[in-house]
Design a protein around this ligand. Structure first.
Ligand SMILES: [Mg+2]
Length: 264
């Protein structure tokens, strides 16, 4: 019998990809208006420069283990003091941002450090102004609340994930527990964070189900911990070798799955 649902946050309940996209659009428009360069091409150039730079830092493997992507590095402050690598990130991100934006501009033929710095500072402000949730998020949580215990299981820097929750404050009250990988010390797909979540709830692995958009973290990790999974695949992504228990396109499909499990 399912007693609790574990939800991933980014791109499961919060539409993070859209928020990042909107922040890029608004920031790149500044350069477009001033220099006539194509905003979309600049976005692509900055994304590429950011990925490349980010993967060159010695804390890169830490970001992968905890689950912090290059675009989160463009707006997070990483003031988390609990782990040494967060301190390194905090020191490095100001220059990372400036260098990524400056390199993107350079690819577009604009050699301008000051503009790079300006856009680097603009992006975090735009990202904070652009929180998006999926249209079905609150309906789904409203229907579940009271019938199931709810736990949020998210990869990332505690400071940054809490910032996301602060700018969408309606989410937090739904959850009995919130687990952030940067607090725990390991991220999904490590089974230990799922076991930690189970122990917080005082539940067994067959009493919960994990819902998430990422096969390689949410589904793989829950599989490893022996927890049933629902893969939310909104964009018709191809499956790989990681097999979810269920696959849905829309969160509301969760209800028929829960009914089906009940009848078994
Ligand atoms: Mg996700």
């Amino acid at each position: 019998m399912i007693k609790a649902i574990f939800f991933d946050l980014d791109d499961t309940l919060l539409w993070d990809q859209k928020s990042v996209k909107e922040a890029f659009v608004a920031t790149c428009k500044v350069a477009e208006e001033r220099y006539g360069i194509n905003a979309e091409q600049l976005e692509e150039a900055v994304r590429e420069a950011a990925r490349e730079l980010y993967s060159s830092y010695d804390f890169y493997s830490f970001t992968q283990m905890i689950g912090i992507n290059p675009f989160e590095g463009l707006w997070g402050n990483f003031a988390d003091e609990n782990l040494e690598d967060f301190r390194k990130m905090k020191e490095t991100v100001p220059s990372y941002r400036k260098d990524a934006w400056t390199a993107g501009l350079k690819k577009m033929g604009i050699d301008n450090l000051e503009l790079g710095q300006e856009l680097a500072e603009r992006f975090p402000l735009e990202r904070r102004k652009s929180p998006f949730v999926y249209e079905e998020t609150f309906d789904t949580l409203n229907q579940l609340k009271g019938n199931y215990q709810l736990l949020l299981l998210t990869n990332g820097s505690p400071e940054l994930q809490n910032t996301k929750l602060e700018i969408t404050p309606e989410l937090v009250p739904y959850f009995d527990q919130i687990v952030i990988s940067g607090d725990f010390g390991r991220g999904k797909p490590d089974p230990s964070i799922f076991e930690h979540a189970l122990s917080l709830m005082g539940l067994q692995k067959d009493e919960v189900i994990m819902v998430g958009d990422n096969l390689m973290t949410d589904v793989l990790g829950a599989n490893r911990a022996g927890i049933k999974t629902v893969w939310i695949n909104r964009h018709d992504k191809e499956r790989n070798e990681v097999i979810p228990t269920y696959e849905i396109k829309h969160l509301e499909e969760l209800f028929s799955i829960l009914e089906e499990i009940k009848e078994k």
